[in-house]
Every structure is written in C-alpha cells, then in structure tokens.
Design a protein around this ligand. Structure first.
Ligand code: F6R
Length: 632
C-alpha cells in the first residue's frame, strides 16, 4: 500500500512525480505529497485527501527542480492528515523520505531518537527514517559505500536499523544530484530513460516515459544520478543487473471513454478470456494426439505425483481459489484446500506430502500471500524429505512482481493492468488459469476422457461470446435496477457448489464499492441462522443455474421469498421455474455447470457497479481500500 515515485533528470520533476502518482493512486489516496530539490533547497508540498488536492496546491507554484520524490498514502500509522503525509523530513528540513511499508520497530527507534533530541512532527512510523539518516550523517559516515556517496552509505546504515517491510526513496538538498532508493519486502522498480531515471512502486508510473525497467530485489538499494544507476546489496556489495523491457503500453491505463475504470474492466472480460484461451490452449490438439490440450507454459514435471493442492490467497483471489478447488477436485480428482493467506502464515496446517502449493494474487504484492508462500517454501526445504519438498506455483496478473521472484513457477493471468480497486477482469482471468491447470492435471491423471476434454474446451471457446451477450443485455437493465437499491442497507447473496464462491464475490463487490452491508452464504446454510435477517427490506440475490444443485437453490430461494425478501435471480433465460421463483431475473445462458461462474459473476459485477455509481460514490477508489495490500 502507498505508492512512491522518484525522478532525476532534465525535466520538471514535480510534473513527472504528480503524473506518476496519478498512476499509483490506486495504492492509496488518503494524502499525497512531493519534495523536490532546487537552488540548494528542499521544497515540500503535501495535501490531505486525493491527489487532486496536491495538484491544486502545486498549480500556482514555480518549480524548476529536476530531482524529486513523491508519495500517495494509505494510512497505517497516524490519521490521514496533512502533517502525517509523506515526504517526511529530518529536523533541518533538507532531507526527505517517502516510504511504502511499515517500520515495525519504529517505537523503539523513535524513543531513542527523541532521547537524542530529535523532534517529531507526525505520528507516522516513517518519520524515524529521515532522523536516523540525519543522525548517521551527523556522526560522520564511514563504511563500504562512503566513497561512492555519503548519503548512500548513511541510508544503508539507517536501513540496517529498521525491521519490517518497506521501500524507500530519499533525497537531500546537500546531495542534489542523488536519489537513493531501497527495497525490502515492498515493491520498487527503476526506470531507465535517456539521461533521466525514475523509480516507482509500480510500473504504470514508469511506462509513459520508458519501458526499460529493473525491479529491485529484497535487500537491495540503488543510487540514481543524472549519469546512471548503481545497485548494491545491503552489505554494500555492488551488483550487476540489467533492465527488462516491459510490454504494457501507456494507453492500457486510460479509461477509453468509460465513466469508470471498473466499468471498462467489466467490459474487457470477454477479451481477457479470449487472450487466456489463446495463451493456454494448444492449437493443434485433438483427442487422438499424444500431447496435452493445454500449454501451461511451465515445466509440467512440477505436477508429477501431486496428490494434494493447497492454495493461499486473500479477498477476491481467495474466492477465485474456491472455484479453483472445485475444478481441481471435480475435473482432476485432487483433494484441495484453500487458506486465507493471513491465517495460514501464522497457523499453518500440518505439512502434507506430495502437495502443490499455489499462491494466487493479482498484484503479486499482497504481503500476507507472499509471507505464507515464503513460510511454506522454507519449512518444506528445511524438512529435507523428497515427499515434502516445496512445489510452488504462483498465479498472478503481474509476473514481474514480487511473487514472480519468490516462486519459481508462475502462471500469468493475462488480464492487462487493472486500475479499479475492485477486482473484476483479474478475477475472471484467475478462474481461467484454474480451468487450464485442472484440465492439465485431468489429462495427466486420466480423470477425463478425450471426449469430455473436447466438450469442456469447446464450451470454453464459446464463453467470450456468451459473456458479450450477458454484458450487452444487462448493462442498461442493471443500471435501471440499481435505482431501486439506492437506500438499501443490507443484501444477501446465495449460491451452492461452484457458484457459492460467486455469491461471496458478489457480496464483496457490493460492499467494497457501494458500502452496503452484504453477505454471501451457501444457500443451504440460510436456514441455520442467517434467514433470521430476512424481511421485505433485505433483497436476496440467488445464483441458480442448471446442474447438480439447481432445484435445491430454487427451493432455498423460495424459503427466502416466504420471508418477504425481494428475490433477484441470476438464472437461465426462458426457464419457467426461474421466472416463477424470482421477482427480478438477471438471465445468463445455460452452459456446463462447471463453466457457469464465468457468466454468473457478470450480472453481480454490473449490479454492484451501477448501485455504487447511482449512489454517486467513487467507484474506482472506494474509501479505506487500496489495490495492492503490501502491509499485513
Ligand atoms: C477485491 C479485491 C481484494 C483483493 C485482495 C487480494 O475486489 O480486489 O479483495 O482481491 O486484496 O489482492 P491480490 O489478488 O492482489 O493478492
């Protein structure tokens, strides 16, 4: 959480910093600030709230600085007020720091620094960092990097005192041609331009200027000057590293005529499914061929002898993983468990032999998911037994992320950059990777016949067109329907089997962007307690699609109707039973039940979007949330 940017070069720094922060605002929008260096001075401007407030303050100011750092904040320590906004400075106001992350031992450090006479002006953990660096500078810096740069060595020493997960950018008016950056368990990438260099928490802030990008690894720091970039590890050893060329283009992060990114991303989903099909399906496969219909793009020996799957994830990725569990069990017959990463990292289940561990995270930066995977990888390596050895797989939309560097095997979800804080297209793309993984395992374990594989793959190929039909038909209808719910306070979503996670996802989408209280339940559980909540004021959305539990869900929906609940059904079109049961129908085409989540989620996304938009809320940047949750 929080986004940091830095620039050193020949152009006006503040413009580039604010433009970069705009691309990172999804990481937090409680406050924003920049600090720049010009004429021997450090100038700092900060504002509470959205980036626009900072932009308004900067608009009237003359600024010729060519070096600077910027920050957009998701508050952890200290309220979202201007005095807690980054950059934070030392006592002289000549050295400034921005941080993404948390300094866990900041209380002790703060007390030590206060005892030495340093004065604090914020409640943040970050403010200890500029004071610590100033303290090292005041003492006179000696050490492995002191010959390169006094500031760099002072930062290196200060970082040695910090516990936690953080990425930093540091500038000082006393070292006007230097920008020092640090990465320790929080993302940071460096961009290489022509005579100018950038740093940012995420690459969309860099790609408008250059596609040559180097993501730092944990335990590294770098010095950016107008002449180049040098990279070191925390012991002060110089490292040789080369940038990679990114393929994302700047236009991918524009709204392209849609009112919100979320709506654009909902509409992009059929295209995302097509891209996934192109990437993961073998083109020349038929049931008589001697190879798999799936091309996972990784060394499939990873899957040899796998008897169990365990998945760690958070939020929407956790919901996608629950659908994944269903697919792995039904198609490939592999017992699968799904853990909340935040729980698993501190209370792991007993170690299981011959297990594949999968981490699912669209951003590839979620602190809990990374920590859970790291813990699992370490404890399995330490166990030192062949059956327990780590087999790790990551599923992410950002293969260049920290996840990509943590685990050796990654499946990319190919959804393109997602800006709306509420995940939509990346969810559908995660589902797609689970279909491919389950089909590959089914092929290898011979749990499906050639004919069954053909049927499922044929069904998948039709999904993009079916998705287009659902979106096209329901866009206006859900917008209209949203009018009835502008004052609704509670919603219940129910589903069963493979559509139970879709009920959870529908409820999460609604609560995060519309702030309406919503819960998802397995439909059969309603009568064990939650049904007590129902009356005419609580709408119930039921996902009822033909297949193993269709009649059961319809009966559960009737039970809700008998309690006066207004019933909305995500159900087949032209089905008399559905028409009789539901007050309002959000129709989806009838497909193989196993493929249905790809379609049933669409009306729920549209409904949530339109309710939130109708309420006049900030759909893309809902309160208190951030897209990339890099703190635990
Ligand atoms: C919900 C949402 C969050 C994320 C969660 C995990 O719309 O976006 O619940 O799914 O924070 O994020 P990733 O997938 O990046 O690990």
């Amino acid at each position: 959480m929080c986004g940091i940017v830095g620039y050193i070069g020949t152009r006006t720094a503040s413009n580039i910093l604010v433009e970069g922060l705009r691309k990172l605002e999804y990481r937090g929008y409680d406050s924003a600030g920049v600090a720049t260096l010009s004429e021997g001075q450090l100038n700092r401007v900060r504002a509470k709230g959205k980036l626009q407030n900072l932009q308004d303050k900067l608009d009237g100011l003359e600024d010729s600085a060519r070096v600077g750092i910027g920050h957009t904040r998701w508050a952890t320590h200290g309220k979202p007020e201007e005095h807690n906004a980054h950059p934070h400075t030392d006592g002289s106001g000549r050295l400034a720091v921005v941080q993404n992350g948390i300094v866990e031992n900041y209380r002790e450090l703060r007390e030590e620094l206060i005892a030495k006479g340093y004065e604090f002006k914020s409640e943040t953990d970050t403010e200890v960092i500029p004071h610590l660096i100033a303290d090292y500078l005041a003492k006179g810096v000696e050490g492995p990097l002191a010959n390169e740069s006094i500031l760099l060595e002072a930062v290196r020493q200060a970082v040695g005192d910090l516990d936690g997960a953080f990425a930093l950018a540091v500038i000082s008016a006393d070292f006007p041609d230097e920008l020092v950056v640090v990465r320790q368990q929080a993302p940071l990438a460096i961009g290489f331009g022509q005579g100018e260099f950038f740093c940012a928490s995420d690459t969309p802030a860099i790609v408008p200027h250059t596609r040559a990008v180097l993501p730092l690894d944990n335990g590294e720091l770098a010095m950016l000057t107008p002449l180049g970039v040098s990279i070191y590890d925390f012991t002060g050893r110089r490292l040789k590293k080369h940038p990679i060329t990114l393929s994302i283009s700047p236009t991918m992060v524009e709204k392209q005529g849609f009112k919100h990114f979320m709506l654009k991303e909902i509409h992009e989903q059929p295209g995302v499914v097509r891209t996934c099909l192109e990437n993961y399906l073998s083109t020349d496969w038929d049931p008589t061929s001697d190879h798999s219909p799936i091309n996972l793009g990784l060394d499939v020996s990873l899957l040899d002898g796998v008897e169990h799957v365990q998945i760690v994830a958070c939020g929407t990725s956790w919901h996608a993983s629950l659908v994944g569990k269903h697919l792995l069990e039904k198609l490939a017959g592999i017992p699968t468990v799904v853990h909340y990463a935040s729980e698993f990292r501190y209370s792991p289940t007993p170690i299981i032999a011959n297990a594949l561990t999968i981490g699912v995270t669209q951003s590839g930066e979620t602190a809990d998911t990374l920590a859970a995977l790291d813990m699992e990888q370490t404890r399995r390596t330490e166990a030192g037994k062949p059956a327990l050895e780590p087999r790790m797989l990551g599923i992410t939309n950002r293969p260049e992320s920290s996840l990509g560097r943590l685990v050796p095997n990654v499946m990319a979800t190919h959804a393109g950059i997602e800006i709306g804080v509420a995940a939509t297209k990346t969810f559908v793309a995660q589902l797609m990777t689970f279909y491919f993984l389950a089909l590959e395992l089914a092929y290898r374990r011979k749990t499906l016949s050639g004919e069954q594989l053909v049927d499922i793959i044929d069904g998948m190929r039709q999904v993009p067109t079916q998705m287009e039909q659902v979106i096209e038909k329901q866009e206006d209808y859900t917008e209209e329907l949203a009018h009835s719910f502008t004052d609704t306070q509670d919603f219940i979503f129910i589903g069963r089997g493979i559509n139970y996670p879709i009920a959870l996802e529908g409820a999460l989408k609604l609560k995060e962007i519309s702030y309406i209280h919503a819960e998802g339940y397995p439909a059969g559980e309603m009568k064990h307690g939650p049904i007590a909540l129902l009356d005419a004021k609580v709408p119930v959305v039921a996902i009822a699609v033909p297949g193993s539990v269709y009649d059961k869900v319809l009966s559960n929906a009737q039970e809700a109707k008998a309690r006066d609940a207004q019933l909305i059904g995500v159900a087949p079109a032209n089905d008399l039973e559905a028409e009789h049961t539901f007050d309002t129908l959000l129709p989806v085409p009838t497909v193989d039940e196993l493929l249905s989540p790809l379609l049933t989620v669409l009306p729920l996304q549209l409904l949530s979007y339109h309710i939130a938009a109708r309420r006049g809320l900030d759909v893309d940047q809902p309160r208190n949330l951030a897209k990339s949750v890099t703190v635990e």
